[in-house]
Design a protein around this ligand. Structure first.
Ligand code: ZN
Length: 588
């Protein structure tokens, strides 16, 4: 390990740095509150954390005190030293730390227990660390959060305080990180969604179960119409299937074996076991299998905006970005082997066309392959995998699509093409996917009669373009900061009256726009026009039409954009033509 290489490009160094930070923090806590008990901590993916047991909740003031003490410890430049002790000696050293004692007792008999000594402070050691507290830059760390946690993640055990920290080798890197945090906070879809009244959550309904409010559902409906119409133009047929199915259905598909941990537990009704479905493939397979199919029926493209449920750990739930219920823009294409290439090509065209409409330019294509050594996770059939992986690779090459290959990212039943987008803040995620599957058609014994009258097995393509509608909406909110393009804006024209005498005229403008398919509302409250403009701006209405006495006389509306631009007075009819054209072309 090269400790002089002051960069976090090196993962081991980053872990060592954050491990040392966590120990400096633990030492600071013990100096400030000697009666506090240390549980467990260390580097994680986004900094470090340490769980401690204290009588009181850790406050923001406490975090400041701990930070100040940590700075002292860094400046004291305390050398760190590794020790290895027997379990008996380890228990003696940790005699005042019941949580550490429990960890030691959990270790196998005869195990050597590793410690790190840091001056008068000794902590159990896991992973690499720096050789002196002086190597932690005293001006480049921050304790950024604290929350309640349970010892060993068990709600029946002691309640602890988890403190989170982040550190960098340079001060300006910390500042950059803080700026990114602030940007993420400004764009956070949960905050914007609440301000714009798009969706809500309530623990009484259930964690991870967001509910869309009228304005949010308006956007949802536009997205649904957009993608369904595009699919219809591309030869898709849509179905509606229940979001529950028997366990046997998922045993047949293989999901029960490979996907059970992500599903809600089974429920028994009339001696039959059911599950909430995590995905829709089995239902669509059954629709295909419900009647004899000929090669003339293929390709058969079955689409559904389908409700699914997956178990997600409560710590990973995030607004509508990651919930336990979501809606997939799903489809299954049943094709002959000869049709694979054209169908994948058509899916790629639809994806790229959609991205153009939404202005998505920062994306990359990934060919996700299985990990051949992981027999647990993937359907076990080497020949099938080799055939599917090379078929997909070949098609991508022929289509001249740039892609990288990633091992171990495939679905359990086959390889896939994922299109990953990079949001304005946060990590990239898979938006669209197209998966090649020789496995489910065999499990469901799907057949078609070929031109020679022989029975053949179709190939299935699973594909999603907008992915989960919920998550896509979260993405759009964060990209646009709620300033949706006019065609998606929940309110496309807000008519603001200056005086009560404009009320009748305002209503005539509203109903004219509504008849033309424009979502228009009136703010006729007895408030100042300044206040009405401010509120409309905050709710991100696409246009404001101010109507005062003079507008009534001249048959005009004074048009403003939410960005504050004054487009001047125009006739309501001219405004109608302008906004209809904008909506029709999906202008951004
Ligand atoms: Zn599927």
């Amino acid at each position: 390990m090269d400790e002089n290489k002051y960069t976090f490009e090196n993962e081991e160094y980053r872990r060592a740095y954050w491990n040392t930070c966590s120990r400096v923090m633990a030492q600071a806590v013990k100096r400030l509150w000697p009666e506090a008990k240390l549980a467990d901590g260390g580097a994680d993916d986004e900094g470090w954390h340490y769980d401690i047991f204290t009588a009181d909740t850790v406050t923001a003031d406490d975090l400041e005190k701990i930070e100040a003490e940590m700075k002292k410890i860094c400046k004291e430049r305390i050398q760190t030293e590794d020790l290895e002790l027997s379990k008996a000696d380890a228990l003696e050293i940790m005699k005042d730390e019941p949580f550490k004692q429990e960890l030691i007792n959990d270790m196998p008999e005869g195990a050597a227990v590793k410690f790190c000594r840091q001056g008068d402070f000794t902590d159990m050691l896991e992973g690499p660390h720096l050789n002196s507290t002086g190597r932690v830059k005293a001006n480049a760390f921050r304790l950024n959060d604290s929350s309640a946690s349970y010892w060993k993640g068990d709600a029946k055990r002691e309640s602890l305080q988890r403190i989170y920290g982040i550190a960098f080798p340079k001060k300006d890197e910390l500042e950059e990180w803080l700026e990114r945090q602030e940007e993420a906070r400004r764009r956070d879809h949960r905050r914007i969604g609440k301000e714009m009244r798009l969706f809500m959550t309530d623990d009484l309904v259930g964690r991870g179960l967001p509910m869309f409010l009228p304005r949010g559902y308006t956007i949802w409906r536009e997205l649904e119409n957009y993608i369904r119409d595009k699919e219809i133009r591309n030869g898709y047929q849509h179905v509606l299937t229940p979001c529950i199915g028997t366990v046997n259905l998922y045993k047949t598909s293989g999901h029960w074996d490979h996907y059970k941990d992500n599903m809600f537990p089974e429920m028994v009704v009339d001696d039959e076991s059911y599950v909430l479905r995590p995905m829709n493939c089995p239902h669509h397979m059954m629709i295909y299998a419900s009647r004899p199919r000929s090669y003339r029926d293929l390709p058969l493209r079955i689409g559904e905006i389908a409700h699914d449920f997956r178990y997600e750990a409560s710590g990973t739930l995030k607004g509508i970005e990651r919930g336990r219920h979501f809606c997939q823009n799903d489809a299954h294409l049943f094709v002959t082997p000869e049709q694979i290439k054209d169908e994948i090509s058509n899916v790629c065209d639809m994806i790229l066309d959609t991205y153009k409409d939404f202005g998505i330019t920062d994306y990359r294509c990934v060919l996700s392959l299985r990990d051949p050594d992981d027999k647990e996770k993937y359907h076990d059939d080497d020949e099938m995998w080799n055939k599917a992986e090379s078929a997909l690779r070949e098609v991508l090459r022929e289509l001249n699509i740039d892609f990288t290959e990633e091992i171990g990212e495939a679905a359990f039943y086959g390889p896939k093409l994922d299109v990953n987008v990079q949001p304005a803040v946060g990590a990239e995620y898979t938006l669209s996917t197209c998966q090649l599957d020789f496995c489910l058609p065999a499990k469901f014994d799907l057949k078609y009669i070929d031109a020679d009258g022989k029975e053949q097995q179709p190939v299935v393509l699973h594909r999603a373009i907008l992915g989960s509608l919920d998550r896509f909406m979260a993405y759009l909110i964060e990209e646009t900061m709620g300033n949706f393009p006019t065609w998606l804006a929940p309110v496309q024209a807000k008519i603001l009256t200056v005086t009560d005498s404009a009320a009748y005229f305002a209503e005539s403008v509203r109903s004219m726009l509504e008849n033309a398919g424009v979502r228009a509302e009136i703010d006729g409250r007895n408030e100042t026009i300044g206040k009405k403009i401010r509120e409309s701006t905050m709710e991100k209405d696409a246009y404001m039409l101010v109507v005062g006495e003079r507008d009534v006389e001249n048959n005009t509306v004074s048009v403003r954009t939410r960005a504050g631009e004054d487009l001047g007075a125009m006739s309501p009819e001219d405004f109608r033509e302008k906004i209809i054209e904008e909506i029709r072309t999906h202008a951004r």
